[in-house]
Design a protein around this ligand. Structure first.
Ligand code: NCD
Length: 335
């Protein structure tokens, strides 16, 4: 089939692809979707007859289950394929896996892959093959994780209102973090004032030039970033991604915590400066390394709110990609 005859599919590949209006529209839809979680019957007909494949080549707890729940609550047929249980483990290429799945006329592919750029590549293959499926990037290597940035922004806005001028400090293993990249892009679009902090060994190559064009600050000194200027509104801690590390990026876990961990004394000092400080972490956490149990479980922590927002935001994203804008929220019974 010629590519020209296929309707153009819509994708969510990068948080940087969203204009401010598009991001706010998705977040607005997510707020309506969030109400569905409080209903007894968690079912909308919005994606009835649509098929969503979650194609996860990397491990995941919250992202994969929240995409699956999001699809199911909107009446889509969702199935999960993981690297280990699929023909990928028999040596099938990503190209052939994608060709095989899209031959079954699916509507959306939600993809997590260890290769940065994998989702862009899949979107190009689909266009070349004339397949109209949408691609949602659920984390590609160390590149991007746009729905995580959307659910983080949603959580912040629910607690603090509009993000323009809000001070966000993002701390941790920036070199390996797709969450940080997508967050910087979206927070910039939404007008927040972002500082990112990491030891020199965990700063991504080229961040100096990127931070100057994108307009965010970088630092190797956590205490200075937290306490020298106006107090932050949000501190987002990122996981030390040991599975992506081949060598020694810091001397010992203890030294990492002393320099870059959100410890009890650091949180005490922060809350003295801002009693409404929000503590965030995308999960999974290394308790005792980048975040202390005290901080993770404190009243300032919105880490489980982020998880809950994940379902609403992913419902909104699937809805916008597969249906477009318009009313999505009639109950199954009312439809
Ligand atoms: C993150 C990821 O997979 O990029 N987790 C997530 O999606 N909630 C961050 C991480 O693995 O540390």
């Amino acid at each position: 089939m010629a590519a020209d005859h296929a309707p153009a599919a819509r994708h969510l590949l990068s948080a940087g692809d969203l204009t401010r209006d598009e991001a706010l529209e998705i977040l607005g839809t997510a707020a309506s979707m969030h109400d569905v979680q409080r209903r007894d019957v968690k079912k909308l007909p919005a994606l009835r007859g649509r098929t969503v494949i979650n194609l996860f080549f990397e491990d995941s707890t919250r992202t994969r289950s929240s995409f699956e729940i999001a699809g199911k609550w909107m009446s889509a047929d969702t199935i999960n394929i993981t690297g280990k249980g699929s023909s990928a483990s028999k040596g099938e290429s990503l190209r052939d896996t994608v060709r095989t799945i899209t031959a079954m006329a699916v509507d959306a592919l939600v993809i997590r892959h260890s290769a940065s750029g994998a989702c862009h590549q899949v979107a190009e293959w689909l266009a070349a093959d004339g397949r109209p499926a949408s691609v949602v990037n659920a984390g590609d290597g160390t590149h991007e994780h746009p729905t995580q940035a959307l659910l983080d922004a949603y959580t912040m806005i629910q607690r603090l209102g509009a993000l323009a001028g809000k001070r966000v400090v993002i701390v941790g293993d920036l070199a390996h973090s797709r969450v940080f990249r997508s967050n910087v892009l979206l927070l910039n679009t939404l007008g927040a004032d972002v500082t990112v902090v990491a030891p020199p060994t965990l700063m991504p190559a080229g961040i100096g030039a990127w931070s100057r064009t994108a307009g965010f600050a970088t630092s190797n000194d956590l205490d200075e970033s937290l306490y020298a200027g106006p107090p932050p509104d949000i501190v987002m801690m990122l996981r030390v991604q040991r599975e992506r590390m081949s060598g020694g990026f810091f001397p010992t876990p203890r030294e990492y915590t002393v320099g870059y961990g959100l410890t009890r004394p650091r949180l005490d000092r922060l809350q003295a400066a801002n009693e409404n400080i929000l503590v965030m972490h995308p999960g999974p956490m290394n308790r005792g390394l980048e975040i202390s149990a005290d901080a993770a479980d404190s009243l300032h922590s919105v880490i489980l709110d982020q998880v809950s927002a994940g379902v609403a935001v992913r419902m909104a994203v699937l809805y916008h990609l597969l249906v477009g804008s318009g009313p999505a929220l009639e109950n199954e019974d009312a439809a």
